[in-house]
Design a protein around this ligand. Structure first.
Ligand SMILES: Nc1nc2c(c(=O)[nH]1)N[C@@H](CN(C=O)c1ccc(C(=O)N[C@@H](CCC(=O)O)C(=O)O)cc1)CN2
Ligand SMILES: [Mg+2]
Length: 293
């Protein structure tokens, strides 16, 4: 069993980005600038956004963080997005999810200029991804592709079972794994909360991608011997013995599943860190106008 080290892979990608930024600076070019909008005080969201800002510093990007109380109105948020869309200093920006219930997230994501949509959540980028046109790919699925590629994992002709159909991970992941490219060319099955006898599908899978947000959902009896298992879950569960008061649990019961796998991602230190690296990569692409001229 080989552990897919997301932390190490993320660091390698960030080093590559840092080298490009140094080059841009040396040539007097514009330093990439990422902005993030964070609404409210959700513990996970605060951590992720802070980590995004720190990662920007690490690679030499400029960053701006705009924080709002969860009482912000939809109109106020849309106005801020309009401002960032128009600001030539900002190459790309994100709105951290989830948003409070009183705000229509779809409306908010659609307000982002697709050329600055480095999360790849705007319908224009989703459509372009599906059509195989240049697009910003959502960071978590793109990070998983990087892991498969950098560990040279064979995907062609394999049966990939994606558990979960969210717009952020499950749905784009299933599309990308079926694409006629490496890593891809899989036969893909998407399982979700309405799937009847879900284990009967995962047991047939060469590659399992678990993205449902249910701690330890995937157990040993659900996985074929030699499978590749990618765990996207990062649920915070209470743990009084820790200073933070919680610990992270993936969607996979790592202890019992790992011995059956050829490759597996840990939680933490698997897919999560790649999400941040790929956001930086999209921001670099935005600054270099690689996706949209
Ligand atoms: N606007 C967005 N919102 C959300 C996204 C996103 O890509 N764009 N994805 C998730 C959250 N997310 C990034 O925003 C994210 C999740 C997890 C990690 C991560 O590095 N996890 C670490 C553990 C970190 C910890 O201590 O909590 C790991 O798995 O090792 C990074 C980013 C939903 N919202
Ligand atoms: Mg993510």
């Amino acid at each position: 069993m080989t552990l897919l080290d997301g932390k190490k892979t993320s660091e390698a990608i960030q080093n590559e980005i840092a080298a490009e930024v140094a080059d841009i600076k040396a040539k007097g070019g514009k330093v990439p600038h990422l902005a993030a909008i964070l609404v409210g005080n959700d513990g996970g969201s605060v951590t992720y956004v802070n980590n995004k800002v720190l990662a920007c510093e690490r690679v030499g990007f400029e960053s701006s963080l705009f924080r709002y109380e969860d009482t912000i109105t939809e109109v106020e948020l849309l106005n801020k997005i309009g401002e960032l869309n128009e600001d030539p200093a900002i190459d790309g920006f994100i709105v951290q999810l989830p948003l409070p219930k009183h705000i229509d997230a779809e409306k908010v994501l659609e307000a982002v200029n697709p050329m600055k949509d480095v999360d790849g959540f705007h319908p224009t980028n989703v459509g372009r991804m599906v059509a195989g046109l240049p697009a910003y790919l959502p960071a978590t699925p793109a990070g998983i592709l990087q892991l498969l590629e950098r560990y040279q994992i064979e995907t062609s002709g394999k049966h990939c079972v994606v558990i979960g159909r969210s717009n952020i991970v499950g749905s784009p992941m299933s599309i990308l794994m079926a694409k006629s490219a490496y890593p891809g060319n899989c036969t893909v099955t998407v399982c979700h909360s309405r799937t009847v006898d879900l284990p009967s599908y995962t047991r047939q899978a060469d590659i399992v991608i678990a993205a449902i947000g249910k701690p330890e959902f995937v157990t040993a009896d659900m996985v074929k011997e030699g499978a590749v298992v990618i765990d996207v879950g990062t649920t915070r569960v209470t743990d009084e013995s820790r200073k933070s008061g919680f610990r992270l649990k993936g969607d996979v019961n790592f202890e019992e599943v790992a011995p059956k796998c050829s490759y597996i991602t840990p939680v933490p230190g698997g897919v999560g860190p790649l999400t941040i690296a790929m956001l930086l990569k999209n921001t670099l692409k935005a600054a270099k106008k690689e996706v949209y001229a």
